[in-house]
Design a protein around this ligand. Sequence first.
Ligand SMILES: *Cc1c(COP(=O)(O)O)cnc(C)c1O
Length: 341
Amino acid sequence: MEKKNIDWANIGFGYMKTDKRFVSNFKDGKWDDGQLTSDDQVVISECAGVLQYSQSCFEGLKAYQTEDGRIVCFRPDLNAARMADSAKRLEMPVFPEDRFVQAVVDVVKANAAFVPPYGSGATLYLRPYMFASSPVIGVKPADEYQFRIFCTPVGPYFKGGAKPITIKVSDFDRAAPNGTGHIKAGLNYAMSLHAIVTAHEEGFAENMYLDAATRTKVEETGGANFIFITKDGKLVTPKSSSILPSITRRSLEVVAEKYLGMEVEEREVYFDEVKDFAECGLCGTAAVISPVGQIYDHGNMIQFPSGMDEMGPVTKKLYDTLTGIQMGRIEAPEGWVKVIE
Ligand SMILES: *Cc1c(COP(=O)(O)O)cnc(C)c1O
């Protein structure tokens, strides 16, 4: 496969139009067969449900080339299942999970020339999403929906390696108890924009959100789950029904236990105990793990022993093992790596 003439090492984390995307429409109670198309434009009613009441959800995953030249993606079945959960919570029709995975495969194959070469640090980011496409003016679920998957090559999330970041405890809330924090709804991101812009203006890279009900427990950031390493080498991740179940975090838990022999605890994490951890990181598909060096809390700076120069040693092991599995350098657990071609 002839690759596109792209300066792979220097593309950013942005959108680039590729050759093909998948589109399927839901109408009269059923999904059509769907197709790959070159048309990157969406034409919908001015009154479409997504435009009026934000009825939309999305997913994010990556395809990449492994050391031996195969093109693969990572656990797309979990993205399919999570999107099904998001759709149900938003009163949208579920796009069948097997068809979701097939559409991922088809989109990657059709854009294989955009899959960055092994070792470039870049990957092909896939964005499955669904939105209400028919007119809605009285508040109710729409009758018609569109499911799409496009892809775009993206550069390494951190140029020149992952440096620890400084984050702040936010005074805003991300998710309400019994709300929509556990699903990947576009609306969760719309309401996080003011908080992240504010944090950036203040010089912080990210927000740490606490539980909205008591403001005593750690939830997550706007788009990544927390991992903590205890001084005796355990992996601790916050448990809450309003956290988005990150596939990266769930994979890291398996890596910690099965590959690194670590103890793993998924439990409520009180903010008061954060100062006692040895290492802290944010995890998600985009960056895999971003190390957190310090957390600013209303005039007080919590500094992790791992410091501001590099990833903590245990975080680094987790990072190297998971990316090794993804890139085909380390044998993956059954079913984790979907070979596309
Ligand atoms: C997508 C997302 C994550 C990360 O999930 P991954 O499956 O690991 O990419 C974490 N938090 C929120 C709020 C998200 O939307």
